[in-house]
Write a protein that binds this ligand. Sequence first.
Ligand code: IPE
Ligand code: IPE
Ligand code: MG
Length: 246
Amino acid sequence: MSLKNKIYIDNIPKHIAIIMDGNGRWAKKIGKNRNAGHKAGSKSVEKVVEACTELGVEALTLFAFSTENWNRPKIEINLLMKLLLLSLNKELENLNKNNIRFKTIGDLDRLPKKVQSYLKKVSKETQNNTRMTLTLAISYGAREEIINAIKTIGDKVKNNLISLKNIDESVINQHLYTHYLPDVDLLIRTSGEKRISNFLLWQIAYAELYFTKKLWPDFSKEDLYEAIINYQKRERRFGKTSEQVN
Ligand code: IPE
Ligand code: IPE
Ligand code: MG
């Protein structure tokens, strides 16, 4: 029996974010090169997007490439860019068919021009879709995102567009790449690593964290269901007492 039947449909996390890790180790385990791992990883993306859409998740944010990943060998970076183009090309039709809005966050200027223009095209052609928002974090780093927000806000203060005393959480939210998204409810990281690696530092302030040993290419729909079931067993108190939230 699928674990799907154990999910309470009235308590689905609105925003799921995933650090998709372990492609390289997956490939190594079966004697293949890292590229094979990344290819297999893109299949997991398709499955997870489908599962989230079916469950009624409002927002899914996937960490595909970090600012730190620019330090990887050029040959691996090039392959990842190529794979990204291939997947986007393949998925555009599906995104529209399933009413999924596609967005990106990160420093896109660093990406090859062809990738940039393709990302823009897919975002534009899916912008009116309403069932789920799929955000790909590419060339993304949370610290960079926060620095950019501070610079923009500082500039606005200087030009009297915002007054210092009015800076609050909502002002910060509005200046992050993720301004269109709610806070993260559930953060998943695969591959057994228990770290955040500069992903959505501000937005995960009250997220439930879920770590699994599964390597990303092995992560299936059932694994996602398991993560959601685990999430649903937790009591989110947001600083209050258990009595208050019950
Ligand atoms: C995640 O898998 C994908 C990216 C970071 C692009 P890794 O490539 O980090 O795989 P491991 O951690 O080496 O196994
Ligand atoms: C984090 O994975 C970034 C992505 C999943 C895209 P890494 O595998 O690069 O993370 P670290 O550097 O090992 O923490
Ligand atoms: Mg890794």
